[in-house]
Design a protein around this ligand. Structure first.
Ligand code: ZN
Length: 281
């Protein structure tokens, strides 16, 4: 993925960059996380030396994750799956910085769900789903100011990825929202390990997601684990990389046991594969 189509960049530090120097900056960032300028991707921007104060970055009025990558400030801009192809602008310390994102063809996925209540919920179920949406949105859009030195993640479960992020889904031939995470196939009871230090901000049983855990890793990096057979952590618990969060199951809207692994950057679902240090596919 080597190119970031970047038009120009100017920060209050008086730093002007044209396309070519920015490509160099992107290449040095690649050791950690490669920039992926597409809907559902992560655009990595180099914001200069971390010896200066941390820049404030916003995208469409929302905060953007900024981290100190071995002495350089970098922004990791989560691109929504619905993002338009073409030019976008972030604001870095009141200065606009433009970049472009490319098209990406996400495949279709057609699933058959035997329990009709998961395809066409009744009013009582719709009310429950609405209340749960508020809880989930709240958990995905709140985080601690905890500094981050990297945004890479260890794999929470080893196993084949039965379907990937961004699939345009149809349940019993009815269109539904695109797949906002990565599915990892594993047998029921397989331990799910936390991929990076964090704090558990949500545990609960949700209508579509089944037994669910949400972890805040700081600066807007939030991960979500769904369809668990068992939850092994409590609300507010600190978890270290490799510690068990729960076990793989088949609760909620599923066709079989698997882990649904969601990764959010300041509230935007992005492709988890971009941040996994050792992708297994
Ligand atoms: Zn899933």
């Amino acid at each position: 993925m080597g190119t970031i189509p970047m038009t120009w960049m100017m920060t209050r530090r008086g730093l002007a960059m044209l396309a070519f120097p920015l490509l160099l900056a992107a290449a040095s960032a690649a050791a950690q996380v490669e920039s992926s300028a597409r809907p559902g991707g992560i655009v990595i921007l180099d914001l200069g030396s971390a010896s200066q104060s941390q820049p404030e970055v916003t995208f469409n009025g929302k905060p953007v994750l900024v981290f100190d990558d071995r002495g350089s400030w970098r922004a990791a801009v989560g691109m929504p799956l619905r993002a338009e192809i073409g030019e976008h602008t972030v604001v870095v310390d009141d200065e606009p910085v433009s970049f472009a994102i490319d098209d990406h063809a996400y495949r279709e996925q057609r699933l058959t769900i035997s329990n009709q209540n998961y395809v066409t919920p009744n009013q009582e179920q719709l009310d429950r789903i609405g209340r749960e949406r508020v809880v989930l949105d709240n958990a995905l859009n709140n985080w601690r100011d905890q500094p981050l030195e990297s945004i890479t993640l260890a794999s929470p479960v080893e196993g084949p990825r039965s379907s990937s992020f961004g699939l345009r889904r149809f349940f019993n031939d009815q269109p539904r929202s695109p797949h906002s995470g990565m599915d990892i196939a594993a047998t029921r009871g397989t331990p799910i390990l936390t991929p990076r230090d964090g704090i558990v901000t949500t545990v609960g049983d949700f209508y579509f997601n089944g037994n669910t855990v949400i972890v805040d890793h700081g600066q807007g990096l939030v991960t979500m684990y769904c369809h668990l057979s068992e939850i092994d952590v409590e609300f507010g618990q600190a978890v270290a990389t490799g510690e068990p969060l729960g076990k793989v199951g088949a609760t909620g809207r599923v066709t079989g046991p698997h882990l649904h692994f969601g990764v959010y950057l300041t509230g935007t679902a992005v492709d988890p594969a971009i941040l996994l240090a050792n992708p297994s596919d």
